[in-house]
Design a protein around this ligand. Structure first.
Ligand code: SF4
Length: 56
């Protein structure tokens, strides 16, 4: 990876009613994940995909 470049990765996702969901993968060009509470997450339940849009 070049210095300063953003990482790219496949995102497996099982939120089947999201607009970006297809065959167990996310097809959004990028996603944003935010903590449920201010700044920190204590469990995975506290880390939420903010890119989610109900679409199906
Ligand atoms: S935007 Fe978030 S919820 Fe929707 S498919 Fe991608 S990772 Fe899943």
């Amino acid at each position: 990876m070049q210095s300063g470049a953003h990482p790219t990765m496949e995102v497996m996702c099982h939120v089947s009613n999201c607009k970006f969901y297809k065959n167990d993968y996310c097809h959004a060009s990028k996603i944003e994940v935010n903590p449920k509470h201010i700044n920190r997450a204590n469990t995975s339940d506290d880390a939420l995909c903010s890119t989610f849009i109900p679409g199906k």
